[in-house]
Design a protein around this ligand. Structure first.
Ligand code: AMP
Length: 212
């Protein structure tokens, strides 16, 4: 089995059980995800290769750091050039299902997202694309996926931008209840520099308002 489940601008994502080994294909006992960064014809081939390799390595490093910090994320299984193989998180994508849950379930999910985000931020891990499209609910556990824009930073600004992204995602996709949902997120979000991060969030939002 080797199914393309997502085609993005940067990468193709496959759900597969085929381990590539030299010219042979070995079947894995369980399906896993292979994220393959695709070439861009507008880049010089050498630069393109380096960039795809570099982004693959960075994503793997951020994921490994997040795992060591105790966050719920897919475990990295293997890195090969432009391919990142990781655990398949089989569950509900929150962008599609959050609105359909009872209010109390939505609230407890938001608190858990807050807790997970605080684990990342306490370890100076910035997700970079913190939206409900990149969150999967599996048996009452929230997993954060897609660390393709992730990076390591101690900066309050970078952490505030992550919080801004989740707030924006709630306003866009879960607007019926976005204020309450964000309030619950903040209940669970208790990183060491919470006050400073939330003060900076206001500045980030003001800048956003001027831009639009
Ligand atoms: P990405 O390019 O990392 O954003 O992945 C694109 C899409 O592939 C995601 O929105 C998910 O639907 C799916 N996906 C990626 N990684 C995983 C994973 N580890 N487990 C389950 N689905 C995934």
């Amino acid at each position: 089995m080797n199914n393309l489940i997502f085609q993005g601008a940067e990468a193709k994502v496959f759900l597969t059980d085929e381990i590539k080994s030299d010219s042979k294909i070995i079947l894995a006992p369980q399906a896993f995800i292979r994220k393959s960064r695709v070439p861009k014809s507008y880049r010089h081939p050498k630069i393109d290769e380096e960039l795809r390799k570099k982004r693959t390595r960075i994503e793997a490093r951020v994921l490994s750091k997040a795992l060591a910090a105790g966050a719920n994320i897919p475990k990295v299984l293997r890195i090969e050039k432009y391919d990142l193989e990781m655990e398949f998180i089989n569950g509900d994508r929150l962008s599609q299902t959050l609105n359909s849950y009872s209010e109390s379930k939505q609230f407890s999910i938001m608190r858990e997202i807050g807790t997970q985000t605080a684990i990342l931020h306490n370890n100076n891990i910035i997700h970079g694309d913190l939206t409900t499209s990149n969150m999967i609910l599996q048996e009452n556990k929230i997993f954060l996926i897609d660390f393709g824009l992730g990076f390591i930073s101690r900066k309050i600004e970078d952490k505030a931008v992550d919080v801004h992204l989740i707030k924006q995602a709630l306003e866009a996709k879960h607007f019926q209840n976005h204020k309450k949902l964000f309030r619950e997120f903040l209940e669970g979000y208790n990183p060491t520099e919470k006050e400073k991060i939330l003060a900076r969030l206001e500045a980030v939002e003001k800048r956003g308002r001027y831009r639009h």
